[in-house]
Ligand binder design. Sequence first.
Ligand SMILES: Cc1cc2nc3c(=O)[nH]c(=O)nc-3n(C[C@H](O)[C@H](O)[C@H](O)COP(=O)(O)O)c2cc1C
Length: 370
Amino acid sequence: MSIDPGVLLRRAAFRMDPERAHEAALRALQVGGPALAAGASWMSKRDGSVGQQLMGLDFPGPVGLAAGYDKYGRAVRAWGRLGFGFAEIGTVTARPQPGNPRPRLFRLPADEAIINRMGFNNDGAAVTARRIADARRGAGAGIPIAVNIGKSKVTPLERAAEDHLASFRLLRGVADLVVVNVSSPNTPGLRELQDRDHLTAILGALRDEDASMRRIDARAPMPFLVKLAPDLPDAQIEDAVDLAGELGLAGVVLTNTTISRDGLIDPGAPVASEQGGLSGPPVRKRADEAVRIAARRAGDDLVIIGVGGIMDADDAWQRLASGASLVEVWTGLVYRGPLIARDITLGLMQRMRDEGVSHISEVTGSALAG
Ligand SMILES: Cc1cc2nc3c(=O)[nH]c(=O)nc-3n(C[C@H](O)[C@H](O)[C@H](O)COP(=O)(O)O)c2cc1C
């Protein structure tokens, strides 16, 4: 009887403390990433039917790495080689910060879920920018790299725009797109930045800075996106989408983790009452609804990136059909393994063939008619 080495590795990882297992996985990818065969056989199976030009960038596949997995930008070269079509590095803050005390990452295996209250542990924008720049030299990442930025914990909310601007100045040169994270539940007060005034100040400052830098370096305009929480009421999602349109953003990322504990199969799990954001299948339904709300509101004006509880190709298909053009995974990496993006992409291609769909963009919004 042969045992899948991925299954063995996962069993070993699940015996470790969750954060240590995560660090070990990242170290392996950091060291092994550049050597992962760029021409791995599966890549030749991925074809133009899943490649898209969006926001002025070429996405070779629709499945991205969600923010918070590679907060330090250590494995930038690995993601494309594992089958991801793009990767979101960060959240990066202007200043380095240690995050919350450990333990701060918890598994809920019966739900294939995670609770985390990491609190934006990261090396700060200057160090992370240098690390990403190094990784992008030569063969580089091979996929669009998004950098997710958030407010430093020590910065008061009313100075959030300056803080984001400081990060953006350092990271602009290494990012293909920038996601503004105003939806983490783990920095006190942060989600208040989702309101109209704060968002206008932050994104206005970033856009103005980009415009003045472009007068010097003539780069293409930076695509900016905003990442929203699943816990926002429907009307506030609509309002944020309207505002994203008014501010000329490229898109929205829906959703972050939830503070709700509804829908857990095992609400009595020892860690279910830990503080923090819940991710994985329990957030899937609300994340999917949020994408539908945003897609109905935005029409074709904004690119929607769907994230939350996507574990397989059916989940990804559903999220695209609800209006997302791209999807992302985090918790799925833990429960389904490092080849999840490849597996989902191949699964989407199979379903496209089965349903006579010639290009992935035709799936986007296909469940919204009527
Ligand atoms: C341990 C952990 C850390 C995270 N850190 C961040 C972060 O720094 N910035 C961010 O925007 N989202 C962060 N997220 C949220 C994910 O990007 C994603 O939005 C959420 O987990 C839902 O997707 P999933 O169900 O595939 O995990 C984090 C999630 C987890 C599980």
